[in-house]
Write a protein that binds this ligand. Structure first.
Ligand code: TTP
Ligand code: MG
Length: 406
């Protein structure tokens, strides 16, 4: 039986919460983002404001020029978080297979729920009605056999929409749409595809896989599948790791750079291997150091693009380590590295950097060998040094490497 996946997204979320609280604002051009005479951008624009060309990300000064009669509101994140919690609670009443994606967006697996509501379409109507009755907000819902098609459908149906794509109709539904409607196609990919004469999802779906791969590497394969309405991604229930980290306490406090760097390398490889096992990329790398006097510091770096390679995670950690050591002369008692802000690879199809792709292949090969022969079967020049520092026991080092936060 084909899956029935729903993508639910609230319309003009921040603005709609303000309109729900203040009926005078309903049906009018409203912008949340800040005062128009201040620096800043539009976070959310009502559909009445969008008619004047306003959209998220537009500088407020431009928004004010295009639509001076709009009401500009600073906004309050706690109000939006509160509304979001209520929204997710309503969805959870309908199916336990719920994956919140952002404050106002979620996937829900409704497969097999026809018998309860008459049809999945009826179920979606009931969800929209409860959101309207209890929150005075409007949701748009797409229903399809996969996440990607459901998301395109909900976006297309906005505002106050409901669009179901029947099983088997995925390709023909997507075909006439401009490529920018396909999740994961950013400005850069769009430009390259347009340069190749590809402007619709249908044309993209007919492009030979090899050609796509030659332009976009492994992301080309994802593009090919999405354009053909193929997407096996499951609904991911919350509770999966939000961060992964490893740390180790030295037997004896140390200032030895090579020992610190070798240990950091080892811990980075452990963390990135776990990331790859979970099929995730990380955008935030954190270094943790505890000094001899027990003072503990953490230093973060945010990557422009997500990564799960040993090299990127180690290199980033190393930069943070070098900086920290230049500022503090005490010996180190504990070193740790962590990754957070975890994302799925599908969300960064714009990864066009072939060196990043080569690293990904290399790391996958290393994982395969390690799975077969043990983690320390492969070592880099840096971690080899640990052999002299830590006695080896069986297959792995006797490093104390607890997972800190899960
Ligand atoms: P979206 O769902 O992208 O936008 P929206 O709900 O305002 O409008 P619609 O879904 O009808 O197209 O984002 C949800 C909220 O996230 C949005 O109300 C405000 C916030 N947001 C920002 O703060 N900055 C942004 O650039 C975007 C896109 C959204
Ligand atoms: Mg929205």
């Amino acid at each position: 039986m084909a899956r029935r996946i729903m993508h639910i997204d609230l319309d003009a979320f921040f603005v709609s919460v303000e309109q729900a609280l203040n009926p005078n604002l309903r049906g009018k051009p409203v912008v949340v983002g800040g005062r128009p005479d201040r620096r800043g951008v539009v976070a959310s624009a009502s559909y009445e404001a969008r008619a004047f060309g306003l959209h998220a990300g537009m500088p407020l000064t431009t928004a004010c020029r295009l639509c001076p009669q709009a009401t500009f509101i600073e906004g309050s994140f706690s109000r939006y978080r509160h509304a979001s919690q209520k929204f997710m609670a309503i969805l959870a009443d309908f199916s336990p297979y719920l994956e919140p994606v952002s404050l106002d967006e979620a996937y829900l697996d409704a497969t097999g729920f026809e018998s309860i509501h008459g049809s999945i379409h009826q179920m979606a109507i009931a969800i929209k009605q409860r959101i309207k009755d209890e929150l005075a907000l409007c949701a748009s819902i797409g229903i399809a056999s996969s996440k990607v098609v459901a998301k395109v459908a909900s976006e297309l149906s906005k505002p106050d929409g409901l669009l179901e794509v029947a099983d088997g109709e995925e390709r023909s539904f997507l075909a006439p749409l401009p490529i920018a409607k396909l999740p994961g196609i950013g400005k850069k990919t769009e430009r390259i595809l347009n340069g190749l004469g590809i402007n619709t999802i249908g044309k993209l779906s007919n492009m030979p896989l090899d050609t796509l791969k030659s332009h976009f590497g492994t992301s080309g394969e994802v593009l090919h599948h999405y354009a053909n309405g193929i997407d096996d991604r499951e609904i991911k229930l919350p509770g999966a790791a939000k961060s992964i980290s490893r740390e180790t306490t030295f037997g004896k406090d140390t200032k030895d750079r090579s020992q610190l760097e070798a240990t950091l390398r080892y811990l980075s490889e452990r963390v990135s291997s776990e990331l790859r096992q979970q099929g995730k990329l990380s955008r935030c790398i954190t270094l943790k150091l505890r000094y001899a006097d027990f003072r503990t510091i953490t230093r973060h770096h945010t990557l422009r693009q997500g990564s799960n390679t040993d090299q990127t995670i180690f290199d980033t950690g190393l930069q943070l380590l070098k900086k920290a050591l230049s500022q503090e002369k005490q010996p180190v008692r504990l070193i740790g590295i962590g990754v957070s802000n975890l994302i799925e690879p599908g969300r960064q199809l714009d990864m066009l950097d072939s060196s990043a792709e080569r690293l990904e292949h290399l790391n996958k090969a290393i994982d395969r060998i390690r799975k077969k022969y043990g983690f320390t079967a492969i070592q880099t020049g840096r971690t080899l040094l640990l052999k002299d520092i830590f006695p080896q026991s069986g297959e792995g080092y006797t490093l104390h490497t607890p997972s800190l936060s899960r």
